[in-house]
Design a protein around this ligand. Structure first.
Ligand code: SF4
Length: 326
């Protein structure tokens, strides 16, 4: 591990000032410390933000929810307001990582976590994300777990978060505070596709701090759920996943929020699936027809062609589970 200095911020302003000078924020440390040990990352200064007052979960007007950036994954999963308003968020969190990691890792850190592409973490291989311009070992390497959507010729790594898939489906916003004040970004604008700059993963500015993730109110009743398909039943990343939320009134689907994980470089909003559902009556045929659109635009690699069909089946199954909930 490279030498680094450490400072603990006592308030948000102090943290932002340190961040503006190049300090890296750390809270749970469950991604960053690993990457420092593996010499993938070598920050000069760590700014400990774990004592900032960003640990609240609050209901917003008309039934939305704001989850503070320093709420841990396990706190958020167990929180009564999260479970009551958006149980899909609790489900996605509980299917993530391990209990020990969930007790340490924060919501802000989860959103900022870096890819689990094995080549990214192996400093002896070429990786444009780790070292811009060096190449991508995964493109012609063993790419079974890599992305089929949102890829570029420079990077095909998946985004690893489960809860970010639920946030993307629900059209959450990331609340930021930085040297130039506060701003909000839609999830779809916050996490960046790799393009020709895979080293740039979030639309965050120097010194900016995530203060919360806010989920907007949705019409009720809302049925929802998260399905994760993986090689083993615990402590494993998704091969595919589906986050589904449906508002059904008078026997007709009025709102549909659907996103997929494990298949794309960012949590993948399935707009074509949503459009196929809205205004229709639930049926087995509808689930299959809508899910058939899930892999539109997919560009599979040598070892991950199976994900195209697996994604469609994952989405169809989760549409059926959620659509047929009592
Ligand atoms: Fe690096 Fe992305 Fe290629 Fe993985 S897929 S080796 S993270 S450039």
């Amino acid at each position: 591990m490279h030498p680094f200095s450490y400072t603990r911020a006592s308030d948000t302003r102090e943290a932002i000032n340190a961040g503006r000078r190049g300090g890296r924020y750390i809270a749970g440390g469950t991604t960053l410390v690993d990457l420092m040990r593996e010499t993938v990352e070598h920050p000069e200064t760590l700014v400990d933000i774990s004592r900032l007052p960003l640990r609240e979960v609050t209901a917003t007007e008309r039934g939305g929810l704001r989850i503070g950036a320093l709420v841990t994954m396990s706190e958020a999963a167990a929180h009564a307001k999260v479970r009551a308003l958006f149980p899909i968020v609790s489900e996605a969190l509980e299917l993530s990582a391990s209990a020990q990691l969930r007790n340490m890792a924060t919501i802000g850190g989860n959103v900022m976590q870096r890819t689990r592409c094995t080549y990214f973490r192996d400093v002896t291989t070429d990786c444009n994300k780790r070292e811009p311009g060096s190449g991508c070992a995964a493109l012609h390497g063993y790419n079974r777990t890599h992305a089929i959507l949102g890829t570029s010729n420079d990077c095909v790594a998946t985004h690893p978060s489960d809860v970010a898939v639920a946030f993307a489906a629900l059209e959450a916003r990331v609340l930021l505070q930085g040297p130039e004040g506060e701003r909000q970004l839609r999830f779809a604008d916050f996490l960046l596709r790799p393009g020709s700059t895979p080293n740039r993963e979030q639309a965050i500015r120097q010194g900016e701090l995530i203060t919360a993730v806010e989920i907007p109110a949705l019409p009720r009743p809302l049925k929802s759920g998260y399905l994760k398909v993986r090689d083993r039943q615990s402590y494993e990343f998704a091969l595919t996943s589906a986050a589904v939320a449906l508002h059904i009134r008078g026997g007709v689907i009025r709102e549909a929020k659907v996103a997929a994980g494990g298949v794309a470089t960012v949590p993948w909003k399935l707009s074509a699936v949503e459009q196929a559902l809205i205004g229709e009556r639930p049926s087995g045929r509808l689930w299959a027809e809508a899910a058939a659109r899930a892999a539109d635009g997919a560009r599979p690699l040598q070892y991950n062609r199976f994900k195209v069909e697996l994604l469609k089946r994952t989405v169809e199954r989760q549409l059926r589970i959620v659509g047929e909930m009592e």
